[in-house]
Ligand binder design. Structure first.
Ligand code: NAD
Length: 269
């Protein structure tokens, strides 16, 4: 049987690929044969990621983007097309939580500054999904070929304590994913999402760990609520990402959300 997860001939744009989760996915796409465009705000780590892929025998290049600025995405799209070919896969992996929106005794819900609330929506919804879909989507639609993967969160399904605006912005990502799945299905472009559970990364370090790196009370609560009783590792997202990226493996899959959460959303009490 042919390799269902083979990505030879694909050009994958992986946004946030300097980071932990999208970075691991970028490496997996390259290993599966795709030419990979590493897009990120962080040029130093982005270059490192592209270099690591190339040294491992894959083909990758770094392109700067700030997902909050459409023009940088438009420029990156042009540069990717001339350097690697027209994008056929888009993984939207930039995102995070603005700490000033985290509810606590010192920062009650009613005091969350609107500016910071908006910042979360800008990063996770507008930059984390909407603008890249607006910039990279039409080319895929015109060529009738594409797979777009957005990164949601368990908090998109049931809001987590403390991170109210992050949760709401990720719920909006799920909604946008389904809207575009319906909109572009007849144009050969599939749009799906992955819901990761808890994976230690840069953007959630302060929420999950004490200053000295030891797990805090929230981490214990997460583990207690996760049937598998542990955090996920970035490598454990790769199967879902490869499946959704591959038009051989998931040709009839659009508007889907794959939960990779150790059972977090399956548990109540
Ligand atoms: N780690 C988790 O447990 C977890 C759980 C659920 C969802 N997620 C989501 O997964 C995605 C990846 O997060 P991660 O955990 O790997 O975090 P990370 O901080 O390691 O990576 C995020 C990357 O996004 C980049 N980025 C941030 N703002 C940007 C901007 N304006 N323009 C371009 N790039 C920008 C950062 O430079 C970084 O490389 C995010 O959407 C996050 O919300 C993570």
């Amino acid at each position: 049987m042919k390799n269902l997860l083979d990505l030879n001939g694909e050009v994958a744009v992986v946004i946030g690929a300097a980071g932990v989760l999208a970075g691991a996915i970028a490496e997996a796409f390259a290993e599966a044969g795709a030419r990979v465009a590493v897009l990120d705000l962080n040029a130093e780590k982005g270059e490192e990621r592209a270099q690591k892929i190339n040294q491992g025998g894959g083909r990758a290049r770094f392109f700067f983007c700030n997902v909050l600025e459409r023009e940088t995405l438009r420029k990156a799209n042009e540069e990717v097309e001339s350097a690697l070919g027209a994008p056929t896969i888009l993984l939207n992996g930039a995102g995070g939580n603005d700490p000033k929106t985290t509810v606590s005794d010192d920062n009650p819900f009613e005091n969350i500054p609107l500016e910071n609330w908006r910042r979360n929506f800008d990063l996770n919804l507008v930059g984390g999904a909407l603008l890249p879909c607006q910039v990279f989507g039409p080319g895929m639609v015109a060529r009738k070929r594409g797979s777009i993967i957005n990164i949601a969160s368990v908090s998109a399904h049931i809001p987590l304590s403390k991170v109210v605006s992050y949760s709401a912005s990720k719920a909006a990502v799920l909604s946008l994913t389904r809207f575009l799945a319906r909109e572009w299905a007849r144009h050969g472009v599939r749009v799906n999402s992955i819901t990761p559970g808890f994976f230690p990364a840069e953007q959630n370090r302060r929420l999950l760990f004490n200053e000295d790196g030891t797990p805090n009370a929230r981490t214990q609560a997460v583990w207690n609520h996760t049937p598998m009783g542990r955090f996920g590792e970035a490598q454990e997202l790769l199967g879902a990402a490869l499946f959704l990226a591959s038009s051989k493996a998931s040709s009839f899959v659009t508007g889907a959300d794959i939960r990779v959460d150790g059972g977090f959303l399956a548990q109540t009490i």
